[in-house]
Design a binder for this molecule. Structure first.
Ligand code: NAI
Length: 457
């Protein structure tokens, strides 16, 4: 195999962990990760990595300076690379045509243009970012606008890692998907990338398809996952009205092997940088291709998610005598899920903003996400305190709202917490992770999701 240098443009939540695992599993390949963000690159080169992922630090420390490098010298990286992964952000567009739905592809296009500018030979360019179906066509046009007569092969290799389990997912993926052109050159490029993954991923889990199927599969996978969350959450609302219990319902329904037990947990809703953005992208594409009914169908998944966090705050208000003004509320968890410091699109943020509008005073505690929480709530009006210690966060509070399924929340001394709170003490479990009967016994008024509330009055 001729390939020796891999470059990844974009050192974020995907580029960082993905390249660390490739470097770890392929010691003979030099992997360089570049970014325009100097601070981020400096952090990747330091003891304090820019993102938290279980197991990431160990992998990075093992490979850094051996065959894994972080740099801001993008031109040099491009010149030396045989394969270039593009892993830049593709957020929802906030301006102009398609604002609020379409993907903002400016970072991707800028990356393609810098590849054209600095490349001195042909390369394989891999779309790692999540993109609208048919982006590879635009990518190809830009790359082939070069006047150096260079030939590029474009592959789509979407990333399916989940934050919080990124390293585990990368080391042992359910599948790796690689799409390419259905030409001899396209197939050779696919094989070259397959041979990288095949060093640690069983061959039958490496799926190859045409470019468009691969691009679309990533959007569809996220849409199906988010749809499952919204479907369960919609039923949780009905459970609360009928005394059915959501865990009993999904437990029994999930026993059907066609449904399956995973990803059926009721909660305050999904968050993270991808689900909402990717569904909006899908909705936009369906509209663009003249399929408004399909667009409406998927848009409802997002509406249900927003409804769930509004409903949660509505339940808090109703339970707390229709006012939370001046009441201190302990927010347990701000990350969009456990085991990450990422707070992008976290439902906790939406709940906090709604509570601040109601003039509540917030004590926010999260084991990993307080820094990001501060940035997210910068400019929000009202009293917000950020506390490393959950006991301090709960002291003097009227209520606790559990927003993230951190394991540490299950291990707290809730008797001690209860004793330090205002009475009546309320606990709203937005993740259904605590022992509700035990909390009720201690004296809490407990409000789970999709289950009967346990109250003392
Ligand atoms: P991120 O925002 O953490 O990282 C993207 C990085 O690209 C930033 O550090 C940014 O400075 C850099 N960048 C932007 N333009 C650049 C340019 N012209 N040259 C060099 N660097 C540039 O984003 P994240 O979360 O890593 O996502 C990247 C892509 O992967 C997105 O398309 C996302 O949808 C997709 N994805 C994300 C997953 C996640 O869990 N975060 C999972 C699977 C896919």
């Amino acid at each position: 195999m001729s390939m020796k240098n891999i470059l990844c443009i974009g050192a974020g939540y995907v580029g960082g962990p993905t390249m660390a695992v490739i470097a770890d599993r392929c010691p003979d390949i030099k992997v360089t990760v570049v970014d325009i963000n100097e601070r981020r690159i400096a952090a990747w080169n330091s003891d304090e990595l820019p993102i938290y992922e279980p197991g990431l630090e160990e992998v990075v420390k093992r490979c850094r300076s051996r065959n894994l490098f972080y740099s801001t010298d993008i031109p040099k990286g491009i010149r030396e690379a045989d394969i270039i992964f593009v892993s830049v952000n593709t957020p929802t567009k906030t301006f102009g045509a398609g604002a609020g739905k379409a993907a903002d592809l400016q970072y991707l296009e800028k990356t393609a243009r810098s590849i054209v500018e600095h490349a001195e030979n042909g390369k394989i360019v891999v779309e790692k970012s999540t993109l609208p179906v048919r982006t590879a066509q635009a990518m190809s046009r830009i790359l082939h606008s070069n006047t150096k007569n260079l030939k590029f092969q474009i592959l789509s290799n979407p990333e399916f890692l989940a934050e919080g389990t990124a390293i585990r997912d990368l080391e042992n993926p359910d599948r790796v998907l690689i799409g390419g052109m259905e030409t001899p050159e396209g197939e050779a490029a696919i094989e070259e990338l397959v041979s990288v993954y095949a060093r640690w991923v069983p061959r039958e889990r490496i799926i190859t398809t045409n470019l468009w199927s691969s691009e679309l599969t990533k959007l569809v996978s996220n849409a199906l996952l988010a749809q499952r969350v919204s479907s369960v959450n919609s039923i949780s609302a009905l459970c609360e009205r009928t005394e059915a219990n959501i865990d009993e319902v999904t437990g029994a329904a999930g026993k059907d092997s066609r449904i399956g037990p995973k990803f059926l947990k009721a909660s305050i809703g999904f968050g993270g940088s991808c689900f909402k953005k990717d569904i909006l992208n899908l909705v936009y594409l369906c509209g663009h291709y003249g399929l408004p009914e399909v667009a409406d169908y998927w848009e409802q998944v997002i509406r249900m998610n927003e409804f769930q966090s509004r409903r949660f705050v509505g339940n808090m208000l109703a339970a707390m005598f229709n006012t939370v003004a001046d009441k201190r509320i302990a927010i347990f968890g701000f990350a969009f899920k456990a085991d990450t410091g990422d707070t992008r699109e976290s439902p906790a943020c939406s709940v906090c903003l709604q509570l601040l509008e109601e003039h509540a005073r917030l004590n926010i505690h999260d084991p990993k996400a307080l820094g990001n929480a501060k940035l997210d709530l910068e400019g929000a009006t009202g009293e917000i305190n950020y506390l490393e210690d959950p006991y301090e966060a709960a002291e003097g509070a009227h209520a606790i709202a559990v927003m993230t399924e951190w394991k540490s929340f299950r291990e707290l001394d809730y008797r001690r917490i209860f004793d330090s709170m205002e009475k009546p003490a309320f606990l709203f479990d937005g993740r259904n992770i605590l022992d509700h009967a035990a909390l009720y016994e201690i004296g809490f008024n407990v409000y789970p999701i999709g289950k009967k509330a346990l109250t003392h009055f």
